[in-house]
Write a protein that binds this ligand. Structure first.
Ligand code: ZN
Length: 366
């Protein structure tokens, strides 16, 4: 009596990525077939002896990828193993034929990714919107992150985890005890040390292959263009109008997209400001939406107004998602849309923002 569960079928490329990520490849063909046409790296467990569990399969939590000649016996075996309590079992659609057909792609399709990277980024590699080409773009990218505080914390951590090649992180401040309520990049041991040093240590601990360039100073009009050199995306995690204004002006001059977020109390906003965005005829810069020069309107600081600790985590994560999409060149960015987040009522809404032809920063530049 077979318990009828729909066995999970995956294509050969997905199966190869799963194996690269640690799943066990199990060949359920009979011994004579395996001897004639072996599948490299597979352990043999013929369907005819499926109830006779080998020692290597005693761990029912271990992901298993089952394969046969054409994909039908592995489906039967997958259903049987699922019924026996194996929680993560899939069958390779098309069997060994399909598996071998993608072998060349696996061997030569990710020329810039080694085994460590294929394992580390396996969940990206199976996404068609990312894949090896997207992962290589992340690896080749340099990102400028302004601010190693509440917004900069999730940005730095998620970009490092995603495999961004180089993160240039700019912040003049030292870690204070009151930062730790929301700035998850830092910890108790880092109090009193430069935020960029604490950030660099956290990034390297998470992903030692990321190159970190800590810059312990404020971004201002005098250094913004130099800090943008070689950068594909700039991320604003600063806490003041002046830094945002300087970064925006330099980004407009350089044609670099600026992902920017701001937070206060329970509310935040995030967008991508990029007048040079391909396919957007009237994409605004940040100053199109916030034309008042720095010093005229300076929003209250977190110290004055307070901020829910998780709020920058949400907005910074949204910034990281936008930056990753921009680097890969996938999806629809927030260009021309300002996303407003209200955590107290837990509501999201967005407003359209168009370029201001009279903008003092980007006007006439398009
Ligand atoms: Zn503008």
């Amino acid at each position: 009596m077979a318990t009828q569960m729909a066995p999970k079928e995956v294509d050969a490329a997905t199966a190869r990525a799963a194996v690269a990520a640690g799943a066990l490849l199990v060949d359920v063909r009979e011994p004579g077939e395996c001897a004639l046409a072996p599948i490299a790296g597979a352990i043999e467990w013929p369907l005819s002896r499926v109830d006779d569990v080998p020692a290597a399969l005693a761990d029912r939590a271990r992901p298993l990828v089952l394969i046969c000649a054409m994909g039908s016996r592995s489906r039967l075996a997958a259903a049987r193993l699922a019924a026996l309590g194996h929680v993560d079992v899939c069958s390779v659609a098309g069997g060994r034929v399909a598996w071998e057909a993608v072998a060349d792609d696996s061997a030569t399709g990710d020329p810039g990714l080694d085994g460590w990277e294929r394992q580390r980024y396996a969940r990206h590699l199976v996404l068609p919107e990312v894949g090896a080409s997207g992962q290589l773009r992340l690896k080749a990218a340099t990102v400028l992150l302004v601010g190693a505080g509440g917004l900069g914390s999730p940005v730095a951590l998620y970009l490092a985890a995603a495999g961004i090649g180089r993160i240039r992180i700019v912040d003049p401040d030292l870690v204070e005890a009151s930062n730790l309520q929301r700035q998850v990049l830092h910890d108790e041991a880092g109090i009193g040390t430069p935020k960029v040093a604490s950030a660099a240590a956290a990034i390297r601990a998470l992903n030692p292959r990321v190159v970190v360039e800590p810059v312990a100073s404020a971004l201002d009009p005098s250094n913004a263009s130099v800090l943008l050199e070689g950068v594909s995306v700039a991320i604003d995690g600063s806490d003041n109008h002046a830094a945002r204004e300087a970064l925006n002006a330099a980004c407009v001059r350089a044609g670099v997209p600026m992902v920017s977020a701001a937070i206060e109390r329970f509310r935040g906003q995030v967008s991508v400001w990029w007048p040079a965005a391909p396919g957007h005829a009237d994409a605004p810069c940040w100053a199109c939406a916030f034309p008042a020069p720095a010093g005229v309107i300076e929003p209250p600081s977190c110290a004055e107004a307070g901020v829910l600790g998780v709020l920058p985590g949400i907005l910074g994560s949204l910034e990281a998602a936008e930056a990753i999409k921009l680097v890969i060149g996938t999806g629809e960015s927030l260009v021309g849309r300002l996303l407003l987040v209200d955590v107290l009522g837990m509501r999201l809404r967005e407003v359209r923002v168009a370029r201001d032809p009279a903008c003092r920063i980007c006007g006439g530049r398009a």
